[in-house]
Design a protein around this ligand. Structure first.
Ligand SMILES: Cc1cc2nc3c(=O)[nH]c(=O)nc-3n(C[C@H](O)[C@H](O)[C@H](O)COP(=O)(O)OP(=O)(O)OC[C@H]3O[C@@H](n4cnc5c(N)ncnc54)[C@H](O)[C@@H]3O)c2cc1C
Length: 166
């Protein structure tokens, strides 16, 4: 495993297991400069970013994972994006344009985990149901409406209570 930084990132439990695994060799501060081989991958050329030393490593396959780029270009004229191209949204996944929700890794401030993406999806579904039912949307409305915020945290039943008390 070749990693550009000093230390691996990601979930600590996985990092610890990778570091402890007898069949995983981790090279920190290392970048790939070339993938070698003719018909198939045979190895790669890597550079140690601290010493500048170049080495060749014999391998049979490459799994490339160098960051993530959200596919949000198609909404850049409609919505605010952060410097990483992620869409700004409130706690209910609502963007600045009524009817558009941002759920998952492409939402600004997403923790970029599978569970949080799934949670975003559930939040967006509840918020969309509410939007379709009563058309409420603005951030101001929501920040003034503590019951509504609690409703999403507690699920459909609380949401129904919130609607009836508005
Ligand atoms: C190598 C790797 C390891 C990971 N390991 C973990 C881990 O151990 N634990 C963990 O919790 N998370 C992990 N993650 C993160 C996790 O995979 C993501 O947080 C999660 O998949 C995000 O879900 P998502 O639905 O937001 O986006 P995605 O899973 O990326 O789904 C987006 C979908 O939208 C589609 N799409 C894109 N543009 C368009 C378009 N214009 N029109 C229609 N469809 C479109 C894409 O094809 C894709 O199917 C890992 C991610 C990677 C890449």
């Amino acid at each position: 495993m070749l990693h550009r930084g000093d230390e691996l990132t990601g979930q600590k439990s996985y990092r610890d297991r990778a570091v402890a695994h007898p069949k995983i060799e981790i090279h920190s501060n290392t970048i790939v400069t070339e993938i070698l081989g003719e018909a198939a991958v045979a190895g790669l050329r890597a550079r140690d970013m601290k010493s500048g030393a170049v080495s060749e490593i014999e391998i049979a396959a490459v799994f490339a994972y160098v960051g993530l780029q959200p596919n949000t270009g198609f909404v850049q004229d409609l919505l605010s994006l952060d410097s990483g191209g992620r869409i700004a949204a409130d706690a209910l996944t609502r963007t600045e344009m009524p009817g558009i929700f941002a759920a998952g890794t492409m939402r600004a401030h997403s923790p970029c985990r599978a569970a949080s993406a799934a949670g975003d999806g559930a939040t967006a579904a509840v918020a969309a149901d509410r939007y379709l039912a009563d058309g409420s949307w603005s951030a101001h409305e929501i920040s003034q409406d503590r019951e509504a915020l609690r409703a999403v945290a507690c699920g459909e039943r609380a949401l129904a209570h919130s609607r009836s008390s508005m």
